[in-house]
Design a protein around this ligand. Sequence first.
Ligand SMILES: [Zn+2]
Ligand SMILES: [Zn+2]
Length: 159
Amino acid sequence: MGTYDIAQICREGHVVNTMARDYPESNEAFCAKCGSATVTACDGCQAAIRGHYHVPGVLGGFAFDRPSYCQACGAPYPWTTSALAAAADLADEADGLSAQERDELKATFPDLVRDTARTQGAALRFRRLAAKGGKGAADALRSVLIEVVAEGAKKALWP
Ligand SMILES: [Zn+2]
Ligand SMILES: [Zn+2]
C-alpha cells in the first residue's frame, strides 16, 4: 500500500506543503498567510506530521486532511491548542451566559475536537449554550472551531 509523506504546517494551522519530504523545494520557514513559524513534527514526541498519502500508480487522489492530534503520542498540534484557546476566550465574552454556563460551554470543546462516545452529547450542549450566548458569540465560535472539530461533531453542529 501507500506511504505518508510529511506535512509542513504553520503553528496557526495553515497547510504550507503536504509533500515536505518529496518536494522540499516548496517548504517555507514561515507561513506566507500569517507569518507564524512552520513545523513538520510534533512538539512533544518529534514524530513527523503525516502529509500526502502516496499510493504507487495513483496520482493525487486523496484529499489531505489536516490532523488535530499527533498520531504517535496523542498531543494536540499547535493549531489545535491555539483554536481551543481562542474559543475559550470567546466563551468568556459571551454576554448571554452565566459564569457556570461559560464553563460548561468550554468543557464541551475537548469532546468536539475528537470523535469520542461523548461527542454527540457535547455537540448538543454546545448548540444550546452557543445559541444562548448570542449570535455574535455563536458565529465567532464557529469560525475558530470549524477547522479543528471532528467530522462527527461538525455534522452535528453545522449541518
Ligand atoms: Zn499561517
Ligand atoms: Zn507526538
